[in-house]
Design a protein around this ligand. Structure first.
Ligand SMILES: Nc1ncnc2c1ncn2[C@@H]1O[C@H](COP(=O)(O)OP(=O)(O)OP(=O)(O)O)[C@@H](O)[C@H]1O
Length: 670
């Protein structure tokens, strides 16, 4: 037996011990649920204890199968720690068999290096069989890195293997291989907001999700109580990332699109481009504010007379106007404002009554508060309303000075519905309704929100997120170069201000783990044409292949490209302009290439996704399809993990720099 075999055998037996301990821990919790139910504590305590134990038991039962540790640290104080996705230890007082990757002691696993060993003598990485369910025999390799001063800097083959492995199925966690620059972001101050400007494949999404898991671990009470939200651009993306947090043991995190988060109604109408642009514009915030407060009458014409028995209490119009002006100046939410005006009027009337009759009791104040005359005054001066009523009124006649005549015409309802209740709202209307709802009543704040692809949010969408993080922090992830919406941000300063976190630090990530160098080089040629000043991406991966396939029969050439792609392992993504997707899908299916491994997708929904082999069909059509076409093409090209084929009948867009001199020398299929 070699010494490596011996070490592997030792580690496997440690893994067996961990497995046995985990089984006992799960059984213990299940048993505690049973005993907890029998506990003769007070009803409320027993209920709270029972709920806690049941959710912990459920959590333990639902842990996905897998290796229980991926790394080990040998420290200079003689201690050894195995590091895994969750802590394993039966006795809280004894050192655990496995330390959670988020624990402070694990930090050195990600950060220590020969230049700064941080008390680590040796870092050990474990190699497990792909998709292992955590049987000890699947532990097939280990790799040691000596960090003592003068130790050689080694490039980890296990790390490289993990980064280059073919992609099948949903996104996986990267707890075993988080890189130092990513770890800094994952563990940065939980209370502070942060923006990551990352080139394609640099791990923004991965960092955001691991940061979410880290915050839940470090601030379980605060973050769990107020909630953590992960916002992604669309459902396909959300299902792609859905497994990551559960695999890290975090099952209770809400993952949604912003549209889902703010949906008060189903979307039943569509805006034209011009209307959508106006509705998403930052000016709509003041426009809607005016539309709502236009309902408030700042100068009531008549005195208020509230009957009380056989007499009346009076407040002159000037006094009423003063109360309304004071409350407006305090700027509470609209609904609170109405009640504040009511309370101030009652107080003013009480002072008058007391001057004449002496102290008035609480019952008197309650009666006056509910007096019909007072409510009638409020209904006229500060009427109760709903977001729907205000927006419907505005869209029927959008006469606001901040909008040009053309802008008003773009959003004006041609045929206003008979009542706002029957209005057919567009997606942009829902954003506006959310703004109004936020003006009327303040929404609850999440403890933390992770927002991915944040460059694509409009100012009004940003404000919807800002309202939900008024008392929480934000992790903003994005890439200005990948902005494709008509309102995509050109810089982060403005976007962060709309998100309510002006001045949050913007940290660049440029080292890519998905896209190989050959493909990054091609994609970088687009950068000067994307309207975004961002650092160019680099890649840790020296592999990768770009192929150009030109054919007069585009669909036949596509079929051929897909057939060739299927000769290698892994997933194949066929990406084309939205208008071509039906034809391409049929062609691929008819060609018998519709294996599970092949997905045909419109370019509009590939953001955040990745495939081992990407076939981009007719790049020129992707560019021509929309104003931000070059950005869309940049996104499509950078979905490739290993290989990229560009199939085209038309000339390739000149920005790719593959027509004239300086043309790269990619492999061109016949
Ligand atoms: N440290 C790492 N170890 C292993 N894999 C990694 C690491 N960092 C990132 N990856 C992998 O690289 C790929 C890209 O990561 P991710 O999707 O988070 O990048 P991104 O910056 O959000 O990309 P994009 O902007 O292009 O959508 C994923 O498969 C991810 O698992």
């Amino acid at each position: 037996m070699t010494s490596l075999d011996l070490e592997l055998a030792r580690e496997r037996s440690h893994h067996d011990a961990c497995r046995a301990a985990l089984i006992r821990m799960t059984e213990d919790v299940a048993e505690q649920v049973v005993t907890g139910e029998d506990t003769a504590a007070s009803g409320a305590d027993a209920e709270a204890l029972g709920r806690h134990l049941r959710s912990r038991a459920k959590e333990m039962r639902e842990q996905p199968p897998g290796p229980l540790f991926f790394g080990r640290l040998d420290l200079d104080d003689g201690q050894t720690h195995h590091i895994g996705r969750r802590r394993i230890g039966e006795d809280p007082a004894a050192p655990p068999l496995v330390v959670d990757w988020r624990a402070p002691v694990s930090r050195a696993y990600y950060q220590a290096g020969a230049h700064d060993p941080q008390g680590v003598l040796r870092r050990r990485r474990f190699g497990w069989a792909p998709y292992s369910e955590g049987v000890s025999e699947d532990l097939t390799a280990l790799e040691d890195e000596q960090l003592t001063a003068g130790g050689a800097v080694t490039v980890s083959a296990l790390l490289a293997g993990e980064i280059e492995r073919p992609r099948v199925g949903p996104m996986r966690d990267i707890a075993a291989t988080i890189q130092p620059e990513q770890d800094d972001l994952v563990r940065s101050d939980p209370a502070a907001s942060l923006c990551v400007q990352g080139a394609p494949g640099t791990g923004k999404t991965a960092v955001g999700l691991h940061r979410a898991a880290y915050l839940l671990y470090t601030h379980p009470q605060r973050i769990r109580r107020s909630g953590l939200l992960v916002l992604g651009p669309h459902r396909t993306f959300l299902s792609y990332i859905a497994e990551v947090l559960p695999s890290l043991g975090e099952t209770g995190v809400r993952q949604a699109t912003l549209d889902e988060e703010i949906a008060r109604h189903p979307v039943r109408a569509e805006d034209g481009g011009a209307a959508a642009r106006v509705k998403h514009d930052a000016r709509m915030a003041e426009v809607l504010h005016r539309a709502l407060y236009g309902r408030v009458d700042p100068a009531p014409a008549d005195d208020l007379a509230v009957p009380d028995g056989s007499s009346h209490w009076r407040l002159p119009a000037a006094g009423l106007a003063e109360i309304v002006a004071d409350v407006r100046a305090e700027a509470p939410p609209y609904a609170t404002g109405r009640e504040r005006v009511r309370a101030r009027i009652v107080r003013a009337l009480q002072l008058r009554a007391e001057r004449r009759w002496g102290p008035m009791g609480a019952a008197w104040a309650r009666r006056i508060e509910r007096a019909r005359a007072l409510t009638a005054f409020l209904d006229a001066c500060w009427p109760r309303t709903t977001p729907e009523e205000v927006l419907a009124g505005f869209l029927a006649d959008p006469a606001d000075p901040a909008l040009t005549e053309a802008e008003r015409a773009a959003i004006r309802w041609e045929r206003p519905p008979r009542s706002f209740r029957s209005a057919r709202w567009t997606a942009a209307d829902l954003v506006l309704l959310d703004e109004l709802a936020g003006l009327i009543e303040r929404p609850e704040s999440y403890g933390h929100v992770v927002v991915d692809e944040a460059q694509d949010l409009s100012p009004m969408e940003c404000r919807a997120i800002a309202r939900r993080t008024a008392f929480g922090s934000l992790t903003v992830l994005g890439d200005l170069a990948q902005g494709t919406t008509p309102w995509a941000a050109r810089d982060w300063d403005g976007q962060l201000a709309h998100l309510g976190k002006a001045g949050a630090p913007v940290v660049p990530l440029t080292l890519g783990y998905r896209v190989p160098a050959a493909i990054v080089d091609l994609a970088n040629r687009l950068l000067p044409h994307l309207g975004a000043d961002v650092p160019a991406g680099r890649s840790v991966r020296k592999d990768g292949e770009v192929t150009f396939r030109r054919g007069a029969d585009l669909l036949a050439a596509t079929r051929e490209a897909v057939r060739e792609a299927l000769t290698a392992e892994g997933s194949v993504g066929v990406i084309t302009a939205d208008g071509l997707v039906g034809a391409v899908e049929r062609a691929v299916r008819e060609g018998g290439e519709a294996e599970e491994r092949v997905t045909v997708l419109p370019a509009s929904v590939v953001k955040g996704l990745e495939f081992d082999h990407v076939v981009v069909v007719e790049p020129a059509s992707i560019v021509a399809a929309e104003a931000r076409g070059p950005n869309r093409l940049y996104v499509a090209l950078t979905r490739a993990v290993s290989r990229l084929t560009l199939v085209h009948a038309e000339e390739l867009p000149e920005w790719l720099g593959v027509r004239g001199p300086g043309r790269p020398t990619p492999r061109t299929a016949p």
